[in-house]
Design a protein around this ligand. Structure first.
Ligand code: CP3
Length: 345
C-alpha cells in the first residue's frame, strides 16, 4: 500500500519537498474555541475524560489551520491517576498529585491491568477522532515517559529541578525503580490501547530528560524508551514512534539508534544546523521553532521558520515548535508560521 499521509511518509524516512507540520499544544488556551469548550466541560480534567468534547478540541486546530497531524487531547498525568494517584489541577499553578515518599505510598497503587477502567474514555476519544478526522490528517497518540511522570508523582507537583525525584533515586533506589517499572509497564499498556483504538503514531514526552546526566540518562531515559518502543513495535508491527527527550543536549546524538524510535523531537536548546549534522543523520527529526515566535510574530518568525526548513531540507523533517504553544500566543502568528513553511520548497 502506498503511504499517502505526509507525516507517515516523513516518519518512514522520506525527504519531502515541504515538511509536514503540526504543533505541540495545538489544542490549547490560545484558541478562543478551546476556551469555550473547556468552560462547557467545567474544568481541564473533565474535558480530558469527556470523549465528545476532547475530540472536539482536538479537531478545532485541524479545522482552523489544516495541520497535517492531530494530537489526541489528554494529559501525561492521566496514567498516574489511572494507577491510583490523586490528581487535580490548581488554576494558574498546575497539577497536584498525592506524593510518593515511602514504600507504603507505592503499595497503594494499582497494577497495569487496572488502568483501563479509568482510561477507557481516552480510547473512545481516539475512536471518535479516527472517524472524524480528514483522510489526510495523521492521528498521534502519546504518553509521558516514566522519568518525567515519576518527577510529578514523587513530588506531587511540577518542580524546577526535579529535586524530590533525584533525592528518592539517591536515597531509596529500589522504591524509585519500582515506580519507574510500574510506569514503564503502564505506559506500554496505555499506548497499546491507544494504537488499537486508532492512533497511527505515538509520541513519548520526556520533558525532564535533560536533568538526567551520564549513566542516569542511559538508565532512566534511553532504556525505558527502548523497552517501550520495542514492545509496542512487537505488538503493533510498523507503528511509528516519536521520542522527545527534551533538553537532552548531547544525549540527542544516537538516541534514535539506541532506542529504536523513528523520529527524534528537538527542543530549542539545540540549533537546527547542529541537529541536522548530528541527529537527522540517523533519520527523521521534528522541530524546533521557538514558541515565543507565536507571541511576537513578524519577520523574525518568517526568517527563523525558513532557516529551520532550510537546515533540515536534505533529510526527513516534521516541522513543529520546540515546546508547546503558550496561552498568550496570537492565533494569527500560527497561520503565518504555516503559510511560511508551506511556501518553502
Ligand atoms: O499537545 C497537545 O495539544 C496534546 C495534549 C497535551 C496536553 N498536555 C494538554 C494540556 C499533551 C501532549 C500534554 C503533555 C504534558 N502534560 C506534558 C509534556 C509536555 C510538556 O509540556 O512538557 C507535561 C509535563 C504535562 C503536565 C501538565 N499538564 C502540566 C505541567 C500542566 C500545567 C501547565 C499548563 O500549561 O497549564 C498541564 C495542563 C495542560 N495539559 C493543558 C493542556 C492543554 C492546559 C490546561 C488548561 O486548559 O488549563
Amino acid at each position: 500500500m502506498t503511504q499517502q499521509k505526509t507525516i507517515l511518509r516523513a516518519l518512514a524516512g522520506e525527504t519531502l519537498p515541504t515538511p509536514p507540520i503540526w504543533m505541540m499544544r495545538q489544542a490549547g488556551r490560545y484558541l478562543p474555541e478551546y476556551r469555550a469548550t473547556r468552560a462547557e466541560a467545567g474544568d481541564f480534567l473533565k474535558l480530558c475524560y469527556n470523549p465528545e468534547l476532547a475530540a472536539e478540541v482536538t479537531l478545532q486546530p485541524i479545522r482552523r489551520y489544516g495541520f497535517d497531524a492531530a494530537i489526541l487531547f489528554a494529559d501525561i498525568l492521566l496514567l498516574p491517576q489511572a494507577l491510583g494517584a490523586d490528581l487535580w489541577f490548581v488554576t494558574g499553578e498546575g497539577p497536584r498529585l498525592s506524593t510518593i515518599t515511602e514504600q507504603s505510598d507505592f503499595d497503594k497503587l494499582s497494577g497495569k491491568e487496572d488502568i483501563h477502567e479509568t482510561l477507557n474514555p481516552i480510547y473512545e476519544t481516539v475512536r471518535i477522532l479516527r472517524r472524524e478526522l480528514p483522510e489526510e490528517t495523521t492521528l498521534i497518540g502519546f504518553a509521558g515517559m516514566p522519568w518525567t511522570v515519576a518527577t510529578y508523582m514523587i513530588a506531587g507537583q511540577g518542580t524546577k529541578d526535579q529535586g524530590p525525584a533525584h533525592a528518592l533515586k539517591a536515597e531509596n533506589r529500589p522504591l524509585f525503580e519500582a515506580v519507574m517499572d510500574r510506569l514503564t509497564e503502564g505506559t506500554i499498556e496505555y499506548l497499546s490501547k491507544q494504537i488499537e483504538a486508532g492512533a497511527e503514531v505515538v509520541k513519548l514526552f520526556d520533558s525532564w530528560a535533560g536533568s538526567l546526566k551520564g549513566e542516569d540518562f542511559q538508565k532512566y531515559a534511553v532504556e525505558p524508551a527502548r523497552v517501550i518502543t520495542s514492545e509496542l513495535k512487537k505488538r503493533h508491527p510498523g507503528i511509528p514512534v516519536i521520542g522527545f527527550p527534551r533538553e537532552a543536549g548531547e544525549g540527542y546524538i544516537g538516541f534514535a539508534k539506541q532506542t529504536g524510535v523513528d523520529c527524534v523531537a528537538l527542543d530549542n536548546s539545540v540549533s537546527a544546523e547542529w541537529a541536522a549534522a548530528n541527529v537527522q543523520v540517523d533519520g527523521c527529526v521534528q522541530g524546533n521553532l521557538k514558541s515565543s515566535h507565536m507571541v511576537t510574530g513578524g519577520q523574525a518568525l518568517v526568517d527563523e521558520a525558513r532557516a529551520i526548513v532550510d537546515a533540515f531540507k536534505n533529510g526527513p523533517h516534521i516541522f513543529n515548535l520546540g515546546h508547546g504553544i503558550t496561552p498568550d500566543a496570537d492565533p494569527e502568528n500560527v497561520q503565518l508560521m504555516i503559510d511560511t513553511v508551506r511556501s518553502c520548497g
